[in-house]
Design a protein around this ligand. Structure first.
Ligand code: ZN
Ligand code: ZN
Length: 372
């Protein structure tokens, strides 16, 4: 984060902080001025002067240093700046990428699914906006620790663990290894944190709000209880305190995982691709939102396979089936459909899904056998 903070200070921070004088110093100076007091007394003949205690509070506040006096390396200035930078960053990322994904990838017919909530997109956005301020605050110590030199992020190849090695390939090989380690470590931790968040005691207090979106849109990607969102983000921050990662590599990886979180919420079912057995994509996460007890992973399926919670996406699971059935039924009935008919379609969808569960059990058993 120090790269981002330096950039902010160079182009915005220094000029901005220079203007942030202590307003109480100005206020006290204006009140102390004889001409001001004379004008005040002339226009308020019946008023009594401000009480002494009020004056002393103003004097106390006026003696505090203004933000303009804080040097770049002041922990207060770093904390304030990082809070603002992170807040703006998350807003840009959320609205930029989720809007793109919503219009370019998300199939808008999905909004006709009976489990799609009324006004859901607005609710997802409002929920996310409510969560961001606290989420940002909870994340702040990790970023402040990093800019104050406590993380294991390194600036240049020479500062890396193999930077002074005679073999030029070693630092580059380490960079590839650290990226793989980052993905493996964060995927494994998020799997278990997410799974523990489904323990009823934690689920109802923290994780349930995210499962309000049974048919999620990309805007659901950050619609978490802030503590839930924070717990699931801890592995990303912890990783750069546990093993060396190049700073630019970390920025790239951190951006990638945020993009991935948005991408897996587009409710798309990419059925039949061989990679679905290894990569946890939108189809897997859609199934997690529908069935709650499968596919807790983030990018790979291995943790779910080891933990016995893997469910391979299959045609019978696709929520689009119910949407298409409803659209078809409406066409037949001149654009109308009764609640009973919708219910029948949803039940048929659930039946198809439960038939798939037994297939999944077989699949998990086979995968486990392969790993032994
Ligand atoms: Zn989700
Ligand atoms: Zn969950």
């Amino acid at each position: 984060m120090d790269i981002v903070l330096d950039f902010f200070d160079d182009y915005v921070g220094d000029a901005l902080y220079a203007k942030l004088h202590n307003p109480f110093t100005t206020l006290l100076a204006s009140q102390s001025s004889p001409s001001e007091w004379a004008a005040y007394a002339a226009s308020n003949l019946t008023s009594s002067p401000p009480p002494t205690s009020m004056k002393s509070v103003t004097t106390f506040l006026a003696e505090l240093p203004g933000l303009n006096t804080l040097p770049r390396d002041s922990i207060l200035r770093q904390s304030l700046s990082l809070y603002v930078i992170t807040y703006i960053g998350i807003l840009l990322l959320y609205f930029g990428v989720a809007t793109f994904s919503y219009y370019a990838i998300f199939d808008h017919r999905m909004k006709h699914h009976p489990r799609f909530l009324k006004d859901q997109v607005r609710k997802e956005i409002m929920f996310s906006l409510d969560a961001f301020p606290l989420l940002d605050l909870l994340t702040l110590p990790w970023f402040v620790g990093d800019v104050r030199g406590h993380s294991m992020l390194y600036d240049t190849i020479a500062e890396g663990p193999f930077g002074t090695s005679a073999a030029a390939w070693k630092p580059w090989a380490y960079m590839i290894f650290s990226a793989a380690l980052f993905l493996w470590f964060t995927d494994m931790c998020i799997y278990w944190i997410h799974r523990w968040l489904h323990i009823p005691m934690f689920y109802k207090r923290l994780h349930k709000p995210h499962h309000k979106w049974i048919i999620p849109t990309p805007f659901a990607s950050h619609a978490f209880h802030p503590v839930d969102g924070y717990l699931q983000s801890i592995p990303y921050h912890l990783a750069c305190y546990l093993f060396p990662i190049h700073k630019y590599m970390f920025i790239g990886l951190f951006s990638f995982v945020n993009l991935w979180s948005i991408f897996i919420h587009d409710s798309d079912m990419l059925c039949g691709h061989p990679l679905e057995h290894y990569i946890n994509g939108p189809a897997h996460h859609t199934l997690h939102h529908i069935f709650f007890n499968c596919n807790y992973g983030q990018y790979f399926t291995w943790a779910d396979k080891v933990g016995g919670s893997f469910r391979v996406p299959a045609k019978g699971d696709d929520p689009m089936d119910a949407v298409l059935a409803i659209i078809e039924a409406k066409k037949k009935n001149g654009g109308k459909i009764t609640k009973a008919e919708v219910l029948e379609i949803v039940e048929a969808e659930a039946d198809a899904a439960s038939r798939q569960t037994s297939d999944d059990d077989t699949e998990i058993a086979l995968e486990k056998k392969k790993m032994q």
